[in-house]
Design a protein around this ligand. Structure first.
Ligand code: NAD
Length: 252
């Protein structure tokens, strides 16, 4: 059976476990014929991804808060797989204290760390990525509508997502001439490891579900299918955009 990603090699960054949005993306892209390569954050998380991906060759460590780790990881991708056709950046982090109550709880250190890991990392990944991305190719990042709305408890992460979306647009402009497209998927809320750090996340998920157009939450498979489309040559006209895959929650 032929798929829209036949012959494409895609690097997926951000699978922590089988609930991860990145895992939904990886599975949808594999279904469309892509060869998927994965990075994991550290040895502790390797245990979980190893249960999902048994081919050790496809697993490469990468901590995006370290330039050395990024350089080593992309060097390793090049050594094992040569050039690639896409990167999924599904990475974010903020300390619990940054994700509850008033935005005045934010600290200089907590803010810097959240912005570094959740927004600057897209630029850092792109810097390494341009060395091994084909023409044409595609970079997709994951964002949330807390970027342009002041939602309860999302706080510093909302500011980080605003920076991430802006970084995505600047990258789209600068990488266009190399044939690299850059877009963001704004996903609806779903239960993952990252979400469990947000104060009152159970309410966030409930409210989000009630605000979908049909009362049914979006799934990581649906987000994954959009990611597969954005990685494919069907999407060569699309760059610098935020695409909502949230069952219409952003319409409210
Ligand atoms: P997740 O916890 O499964 O994934 C987050 C990933 O970030 C993990 O794999 C973690 O290892 C990685 N990460 C954190 N710090 C890192 C570092 N220093 N180096 C390398 N990797 C690091 O949760 P998720 O919800 O699937 O998150 C994926 C992306 O989707 C995030 O950007 C998140 O903000 C975004 N998003 C999530 C939702 C949601 O409701 N779950 C909605 C919209 C957007």
């Amino acid at each position: 059976m032929s798929g829209i990603l036949d012959g494409k090699k895609i690097l997926v960054m951000g699978v922590a476990n089988n609930r991860s949005i990145a895992w939904g993306c990886a599975q949808a892209m594999a279904k469309q014929g892509a060869e998927v390569i994965y990075t994991y954050q550290n040895e502790r998380l390797k245990k979980f991804i190893s249960k999902l991906v048994t081919d050790e060759d496809r697993l490469i460590e990468c901590d995006v808060s370290s330039d050395d780790s990024l350089e080593a990881a992309f060097g390793e991708v090049a050594k094992r797989f040569g050039k690639i056709d896409g990167i999924v950046h599904a990475i974010a982090f903020a300390k619990k204290e940054e994700l509850g109550g008033s935005i005045l709880n934010s600290t200089r250190d907590g803010f810097s760390q959240a912005l570094d890991v959740s927004a600057y990392s897209l630029l850092a990944v792109a810097k390494e990525g341009v060395k091994i991305l084909n023409n044409p190719s595609s970079i997709v990042t994951l964002t949330y509508m807390g970027s342009d709305r002041a939602l309860p408890n999302y706080n510093t992460m909302g500011i980080a997502k605003a920076a991430l979306e802006s970084a995505m647009r600047y990258l789209a402009r600068d990488l266009g001439e190399k044939g690299i497209r850059v877009n963001a998927i704004s996903a609806g809320a779903m239960r993952t490891l990252a979400v469990s750090g947000i104060k009152g996340h159970a309410d966030l998920l409930k409210i989000s579900q009630s605000e979908t157009v049909d009362g049914v939450n979006v799934t990581k498979e649906e987000v994954g299918n959009t990611c597969a489309f954005l990685m494919s040559d069907l999407a060569t006209g699309l760059t610098g955009d935020v695409i909502f895959v949230d069952k219409g929650v952003h319409l409210r």
